[in-house]
Design a binder for this molecule. Structure first.
Ligand code: ATP
Ligand code: MG
Ligand code: FE
Length: 344
């Protein structure tokens, strides 16, 4: 199936056309510059900017693909979760185009997009598998039983992995978004320079939760260490970045491999912005190899928010006969376990 998808759930205006698992075009207009000076995404500004950018992104995506509207099987848009005003821009555009061109409309759950991003580099990949979803807002271990059928096995108790990268980068005065900056800087630092806490979650019955994560203690440890080092003189920023990143990569790898082994899953996929992290990729690949597990990552550019992954998720649903009602409402929150509600 060939699907055009729109993604406007947060601060990227994105449009892509995907044919099965092949990306025919993928346009991403980031609003990072717009929100940077406020230190976070301003919802009102985000919606207005989506409105300004959407038509240009649509025509670029069509032009780059070389297709015409008749060649499409359906038109999709992220409809949950996200900023309501931002989601509305994409969903309204997608519904309008679906009506004008007489095509089915599909609402897509943003996290399903991150899950299926790995399909864009793996033509043969199929469930069951374990997805480690590590993004700006999520750190989840999702058991993908089939398209639309998910079980949440682990989650974060506080900061998400990407959020931790962003906060640590901010406290080290490195800029935003923190992930790519720390990733680069860590290459020139010593990952063993500072031992940092892994942030385990205690269970009431004793022991630790095997799949849940907590990164706020790690972030605070970096903060304290930075303050202490600052009193002594120059801060070894690269060593701090390397030690922090190494801890995150180690924790995520340990939890994910444990989970895959416990559930007898031989395939792991990774999704979300942190899936771009070079050290996480190395650690996971090495550990998985030891246990005869396959690990798949999305193409680097498709780890952070984009519309190709949304189109890819829509292709999966469309192929199963899933189509959304033209009255589908956007939702700021929605557990991924409920995605089938989008196709009733
Ligand atoms: P969500 O999907 O949970 O709503 P989001 O869409 O904002 O959140 P993504 O676009 O998937 O999140 O990812 C953005 C996050 O990924 C940011 O926190 C960013 O710092 C992080 N990130 C990007 N590249 C890297 C990298 N190379 N290493 C670590 N983190 C990274
Ligand atoms: Mg973003
Ligand atoms: Fe995202």
């Amino acid at each position: 199936a060939t699907i055009l998808a729109i993604e406007t759930s947060c601060d990227e205006t994105a449009v892509a056309i995907v044919k099965n698992r092949q990306v025919l075009s993928s346009i991403v207009a980031s609003q990072i510059d717009l929100h940077q000076k406020y230190g976070g995404v301003v919802p009102e500004l985000a919606s207005r900017k989506h409105l300004e950018s959407i038509n240009f992104c649509l025509s670029e995506a069509i032009a780059e693909s070389g297709l015409s509207w008749q060649d499409l099987d359906g038109i999709a848009s992220t409809c949950a979760p996200g900023l309501v005003g931002a989601l509305l821009v994409g969903v309204t555009a997608a519904k309008t185009l679906a009506m004008v061109h007489n095509k089915p409309f599909l609402g897509v759950h943003h996290l399903e997009g991150h899950i299926y991003a790995s399909y864009l580099s793996q033509p043969e990949l199929k469930p069951p598998f374990l997805c480690l979803l590590v993004s700006g807002g999520h750190t989840s271990m999702i058991y993908v039983k089939d398209c639309g059928h998910y079980e949440m096995l682990g989650t974060t108790r506080d900061d998400a992995a990407g959020e931790a990268f962003d906060k640590v980068a901010r406290l080290l005065n490195l800029g935003y978004p923190g992930g790519p900056i720390i990733d680069k800087l860590a290459k020139s630092g010593n990952p063993q320079a500072f031992p940092l806490p892994e942030g385990r979650i205690s269970l009431p019955e004793g022991g630790y939760h095997p799949y849940d994560t907590s990164f706020s203690g790690l972030k605070t440890a970096v903060l304290r260490l930075t303050q202490k080092l600052a009193e002594k003189g120059e801060i070894p920023v690269a060593d701090l970045a390397a030690s922090f990143q190494n801890t995150v990569a180690r924790v995520l790898t340990k939890r994910t491999i444990r989970c895959a082994l416990d559930y007898g899953l031989k395939t792991i996929t990774v999704g979300g912005g942190v899936a771009a992290n070079s050290e996480l990729r190395e650690h996971l690949l090495a550990a998985a190899q030891k246990h005869d597990i396959q690990v798949y990552f999305p193409p680097l550019k498709l780890c952070t928010d984009n519309a190709a992954m949304i189109a890819c998720a829509a292709v999966e649903h469309y192929t199963r006969g899933d189509i959304s009602s033209i009255d589908l409402k956007v939702r700021s929150r929605m557990p991924i376990m409920n995605v089938r509600e989008l196709y009733q």
